[in-house]
Design a protein around this ligand. Structure first.
Ligand code: HEC
Ligand code: HEC
Ligand code: HEC
Ligand code: HEC
Length: 404
């Protein structure tokens, strides 16, 4: 793992949010306390990275952004779906037969307890959410087509009415996106006057633009781990919460940015979203006497990490749907229709400890090789799960026995 940044203690962010939420619940009594939030999953990506590359030896077969073994898929290659934990559990489950076969050829099968699983999964989630290197040629077109070139130059070609930008580009992606954002407020008037509109960034355009302006610097910077969610939460409270709420706490001038809201996942997506909304933020800020926030040093990445941590919620689900999924996916064939157990599979209804998506994933990891064997013996195809299944299965397995 590249080092030099503080550990990404997502759980601290989680605890802070939880505390904030509690405070809000206490203060605003009209918010129903019975609207119970599932517990946060408290994975620490930095610890997860250490397990992945060290003790648990995942990196013997897998790589992350090209670093590690080459006999199994690069685990940063797929964009995570939602819900985060449901997605991760599903990916692991769906690939289990192929993986377990390979792992068992080796001497030791690594065991992961729930905490370790949470750490590894949060690491995988972050690793899959970093920007890939952009396309500099496409970025040059973005610079031209968005009209930046009418005022700015990179090197010699381009407009001269605004600063030449290659120095900022050389500072790397973070520095570029921060400069763009911090100057957006003073650009709004001249840009909308010159272009008749405020240019919008979609898809990978920002990432490509960054690749164009920062050339070599982009690659070096991309190897850095994502931001510090704990610090991101502090920045959010200082500069964003007046307008945006998280889980009911905060202002309402901008949209609520809780876990239900689709949020940008990578730094360049985040920078696009901020840029696109600069005029709206300016307008609303002006009428309400709020100065649009500036962003310093690594804060852009920290904010992204904080927003990502909001997705570490347990996926929600329904015990009724879960019972049906349990039958549909074939789990009931071995574990029985209400998971009470049969001769081919143990009872797995939650007893004392309720399942979480992470502990279910850890249990599947632990017992997976046995399950694969049993399915092969019985000629049952390995059931494929959907990301939304995990939440439903968890609530089904946790429901009281006779009234699922
Ligand atoms: C001995 C080699 C080996 C080891 C060790 C190993 N894996 Fe795998 N893993 C595989 C193979 C092979 C696949 C692909 C299986 C398939 O698709 O059939 C896979 C698939 C996966 C997938 C799904 C990948 C995708 O793109 O959908 C995840 C997630 C995963 N492994 C996580 C882990 C974790 C976490 C560890 C360490 C605790 C680990 N693996 C250790 C060989 C390994
Ligand atoms: C109508 C002219 C105009 C257009 C079009 C324009 N800008 Fe600017 N830009 C400016 C001006 C003027 C400044 C200096 C503002 C300031 O000092 O705060 C600036 C500042 C910047 C800065 C910070 C420069 C520094 O020295 O810190 C960046 C980065 C930037 N613009 C990027 C862009 C990008 C990317 C586009 C296209 C999407 C763009 N600009 C379009 C006029 C423009
Ligand atoms: C002055 C009020 C204000 C402040 C301060 C503010 N925002 Fe916003 N923000 C808005 C408004 C208004 C919108 C919606 C704009 C629109 O609809 O075009 C928005 C939109 C967004 C969106 C996009 C949401 C979506 O669904 O598209 C994100 C993400 C965002 N803001 C993040 C932030 C962050 C992070 C900060 C702190 C660094 C921040 N905002 C500070 C007012 C604000
Ligand atoms: C072919 C039979 C079979 C099928 C189908 C099957 N399992 Fe299993 N399962 C087993 C066996 C056997 C074990 C015990 C393995 C062991 O002891 O290592 C087990 C163990 C488990 C455990 C761990 C229990 C514990 O106490 O930690 C969980 C959770 C689980 N299965 C869930 C599922 C789910 C969810 C499905 C459907 C998606 C499913 N199983 C489908 C046979 C099966």
């Amino acid at each position: 793992m590249p080092s030099g940044r503080k550990p990404l203690l997502l759980w601290i962010a989680a605890a802070l949010i939880a505390t904030a939420v509690l405070a809000v619940i206490l203060v605003r009594e009209h918010r129903s306390v019975s609207m119970r939030q599932a517990p946060y999953v408290t994975g620490d990506p930095q610890r997860g990275a250490a397990l992945f590359f060290g003790e648990k030896q995942c990196s013997i077969c897998h790589s992350i952004n090209g670093a590690g073994g080459q006999t199994a898929p690069d685990l940063s290659a797929t964009r995570p779906g939602v819900p985060a934990m449901g997605w991760l559990g599903t990916v692991l489950w769906n690939h289990a037969p192929g993986m377990f076969r390979q792992i068992r050829r080796r001497k030791s099968y690594p065991q992961l307890n729930s905490q370790e699983m949470a750490d590894v999964l949060s690491f995988l989630y972050q690793a899959a959410n970093t920007d890939r290197p952009g396309n500099p040629d496409a970025g040059r077109k973005v610079f031209e087509q968005k009209g930046c070139i009418r005022c700015h130059s990179i090197g010699i070609s381009g407009g001269k009415s605004a600063p030449e930008l290659s120095k900022i580009g050389e500072g790397g992606p973070d520095e570029w996106m921060r400069a763009m954002w911090n100057h957006s407020q003073s650009m709004i008037a001249p840009v909308t006057a010159a272009l008749g509109t405020w240019p919008q960034f979609q898809g990978t355009e920002m990432n490509d633009l960054v690749a164009y302006v920062s050339q070599g610097a982009a690659v070096a910077h991309r190897a850095e781990p994502a931001g510090n969610a704990d610090h991101g939460w502090k920045v959010f409270q200082a500069r964003c919460i007046q307008c945006h709420s998280v889980r009911g706490q905060g202002g309402s001038l901008g949209p609520a940015l809780g876990p239900e809201h689709e949020l940008p996942l990578t730094t360049s997506q985040f920078a696009s979203v901020l840029w696109n909304h600069a005029p709206a933020m300016e307008r609303l800020g002006r009428t309400n006497g709020i100065t649009p926030p500036t962003i310093e040093k690594a804060e852009m990445g920290d904010l992204v990490a904080f927003l990502a941590s909001l997705r570490y919620f347990e996926p929600t689900g329904s015990p009724f749907v879960g019972e049906r999924v349990f039958a549909l996916r074939g789990c009931a064939r071995c574990h029985g229709p209400s998971a009470e157990g049969t001769s081919t599979g143990p009872g797995i209804r939650a007893g004392g400890d309720a399942y979480t998506s992470v502990s279910l994933t850890a249990a599947l990891w632990k017992h997976g090789p046995q399950m694969v064997d049993r399915m092969e013996e019985l000629g049952i195809p390995w059931p494929q799960l959907q990301p939304s299944d995990i939440g439903d299965l968890v609530s089904f397995l946790n429901a009281p026995k006779h009234a699922p």
